[in-house]
Design a protein around this ligand. Structure first.
Ligand code: PLZ
Length: 441
């Protein structure tokens, strides 16, 4: 690696060059576009980001779970460079090319479920969700969509309606798409003590039956581990029970694997952690192409084929360069060692996080799987969300060269989405900084 894998601070954060660039940005970039940490990144490799002032950050966010394979992964750089010099665009629906088909073939081979699969490619997670719903509606000839409390699915008009939070995603941006209903999620930390996954699923199913009617539902869309919602892992049995009900009622079950999929949780898809959970369609994006923009809908052939030819598409969807990057990522997962690395990261991080929980009563829960782990902060002795603690710890981490992200409906969760290229040393160093931030509360 040409960038040394270490944390290095040479200025205060943000440094003078970043500050000047930020002033310039405010003149030219619309202010509705946010900035979690306004340091301007010049280059990156593995798990390290380098800013324009020469500071090096440990990246515990991976651009919200995108550079799972590592920044500037060698195979991805090579595939992109070769492809960009050869062919950058034709529009697949005008004149096709090979990498698009190759991505679909690999995704079909790895989606769980004993049925024939097909895929279609798009640009963003939101666009994949939109297309999954188009297909579910076309296939079922029904309109209604159910989503879950604390869900996040994107920023387009339909997906804004599918998100749980008004701020910052929806406020003032209506009117919103109709025929979308939010349903109670399984959230073990906040559900009644002892509520099983089966009971939480019954609660959701009863709600859907009363409020919508099973026969009116085209799709139920669920993140197997909720991302923006705060890495909420439903109680065991929840996803399976839901799955049985959707199948019995002719409803298309869509697993939104945009944040939790593609090796992040130690399996190809987070769906695989619960036997009996059998989505019909999956939406895939983020980590699939090492930072290149591409997304997919993968699923049952009869649903994927239910659209008339020409009903599904878009100018840039499955762009050759992004597809070549995706192939480079997916082939590395197939080659082995990548899923194991995600499990290894969990084994390094979880014991340390649990030790912190035992020590600091401000920590309510440690949860997640693989390299998708989170801390929920509470007011000590309660389950009341403590977003002030999160703000303070995040600020401490950023000032000390560790990029962490917050999450959660109440902003009271710190989430970790490190690249799988990260070393144990860097993980431990990042957690040292996190712990200092918590100890200082
Ligand atoms: N589904 C489960 O996590 C994206 C949002 C970043 P796009 N989450 C990160 C931001 O603030 O805009 C996401 C997700 C799940 C869908 C999406 C949407 O993916 O690629 O951002 O459209």
């Amino acid at each position: 690696m040409t960038i040394e894998q270490n944390r290095k601070l040479v200025t205060s954060i943000p440094g003078p060059k970043s500050q000047a660039l930020h002033q310039n940005r405010l003149q030219h970039v619309g202010h509705g576009v946010g900035a979690t940490l306004p340091v301007y990144i010049d280059s990156a490799q593995g798990a390290i980001l380098v800013d324009v002032d020469g500071n090096q950050f440990i990246d515990m966010g991976s651009g919200i779970g995108v550079t799972t394979i590592g920044h500037t992964n060698e195979a991805v750089v090579k595939a992109v460079s070769e492809q960009v010099a050869k062919l950058t665009h034709t529009l697949f629906t005008v004149t096709p090319y090979i990498p698009y088909v190759e991505v679909c073939e690999i995704l079909n081979a790895h989606m769980p479920g004993d049925f024939v699969k097909r895929s279609a490619l798009f640009n963003s997670g939101a666009e994949a969700v939109e297309n999954a719903i188009k297909l579910a509606r076309k296939f079922t000839k029904r309109n209604e969509i159910a989503v879950f409390d604390h869900a996040y699915h994107g920023r387009t008009n339909l997906t804004m309606a599918m998100n749980f939070k008004n701020m910052p995603y929806a406020d003032g941006f209506g009117p919103f798409a109709g025929s979308v209903t939010h349903v109670p999620m399984s959230y073990p930390f906040h559900d009644p003590e002892g509520m099983t996954g089966f009971e939480a699923a019954q609660r959701a199913i009863n709600y859907m039956e009363k409020r919508i009617g099973g026969k009116n539902l085209a799709a139920v869309v669920i993140e197997p581990i909720q991302g923006e919602g705060g890495f909420i892992v439903p109680a065991p049995g929840f996803l399976k029970t839901l799955s049985e009900w959707t199948h019995a009622n002719g409803i298309v079950l869509v697993a939104d694997e945009v944040q939790a999929g593609i090796a992040r949780t130690g399996k190809w898809f987070a769906t695989e952690h619960e036997a009996g959970f059998e989505p019909d369609l999956m939406t895939i994006a983020k980590g699939i192409a090492g930072g290149m923009p591409i997304s997919a809908v993968t699923g049952r052939a009869e649903i994927m084929d239910s659209s008339h030819a020409g009903g599904i598409g878009g100018t840039f969807g499955g762009n050759p360069v992004a597809s070549a990057a995706a192939v480079a990522v997916l082939r590395q997962i197939e080659a082995g060692g990548v899923l194991e690395k995600a499990v290894h990261i969990e084994n390094v991080m979880k014991p340390r996080l649990l030790a912190m929980q035992a020590k600091y009563p401000v920590i309510g829960e440690i949860r997640g799987r693989g390299a998708m782990l989170a801390i929920e902060f509470i007011l000590p002795g309660t389950r009341t969300p403590n977003s002030a603690a999160v703000d303070s710890v995040v600020k401490h981490c950023h000032a000390n060269g560790v990029l962490v992200l917050n999450a959660g409906t109440y902003g009271n969760v710190i989430r970790f989405l490190p690249s799988l290229a990260i070393s144990d040393e860097l993980i431990n160093e990042a957690l040292d900084v996190v712990e200092q931030g918590i100890a200082a509360l």
